[in-house]
Every structure is written in structure tokens, then in C-alpha cells.
Design a protein. Structure first.
Length: 133
């Protein structure tokens, strides 16, 4: 499934996924445009919820767009299938990519327990992430 504009809410994406798993497939993929770090964090929260409810399913959550670069490393760390690595790694990895990923991890890792416990991103966390963009 592709949400090229990042318009669907987490609840809508959850319903989309539940409809998808009614079909037999090797993996289930949701790809969502990320406009900023807050969008990436919402998608990470979606991944946590889906993996908790469907631990036996191969789930692919991809953020798309430049703001989504950190998700390429972070999401597979938390259960999303790794989906794309170019054989010429220099095409994908740049100093900017590494910096964005490290910055995202520094901001996000302390928040992961809270996100996992609550199933949503509390407003104060959302504001902090939005301010970092």
C-alpha cells in the first residue's frame, strides 16, 4: 500500500493493514510519505503496534521522502523487513544521511519506551520532534 501524500491517520493505516492481511501474502507493505521527523515517528509507532498484534507476519513499513532517510536504518532495527539496499552503497549513504540518522536516533531512542507503552506519540513529544525539523 502506498500513501504518497501522507494523508492517512494511524488509525486508517491500521485498518488498511488489517484488510491487507485477509489475503495470503509473504509480506505486507505500507509506504507513507514523511514530511518531517514527527511523521517518521508516527510510522515507527504504527510499526510497533502492527508487530505487537501480528508478530508472525513479515511487515514492511517504509517512510518515503527526504525526511524519511533515518527510517531506512531505524525501522529494520524494530522489526520492519529490510527492503532496499543498492549494491553501490555510495549512492545511498552520504554524510547528510548519516547525520540525519544519528540525530533522529538521539531524539527518538529515549522516547521509544513511551511510544511503545502508550501506542501514540504524546503531544509534548510530538511538539519536540516537530521543533527539531
Amino acid at each position: 500500500y502506498h500513501d504518497n501524500w501522507g494523508k492517512q491517520s494511524g488509525e486508517e493505516l491500521n485498518r488498511t493493514f488489517e484488510t491487507m492481511i485477509e489475503t495470503c501474502a509473504d509480506a505486507y507493505s505500507i509506504n507513507v510519505e514523511a514530511k518531517n521527523t514527527h511523521d517518521v515517528s508516527k510510522q515507527l509507532s504504527l510499526l510497533f503496534g502492527l508487530k505487537d498484534r501480528h508478530p508472525d507476519k513479515a511487515i514492511i513499513i517504509n517512510s518515503m521522502g527526504e525526511a524519511a532517510l533515518p527510517s531506512k536504518i531505524v525501522f529494520p532495527m524494530f522489526g520492519s523487513c529490510l527492503t532496499y539496499i543498492d549494491s553501490d552503497v555510495t549512492k545511498q549513504v552520504s554524510t547528510k544521511f548519516i547525520k540525519k540518522t544519528v540525530d533522529f536516533l538521539k531524539e527518538t531512542i529515549p522516547l521509544l519506551d513511551e511510544i511503545r507503552k502508550t501506542g501514540y506519540i504524546p503531544p509534548e513529544i510530538a511538539e519536540a520532534l516537530a521543533a527539531s525539523d
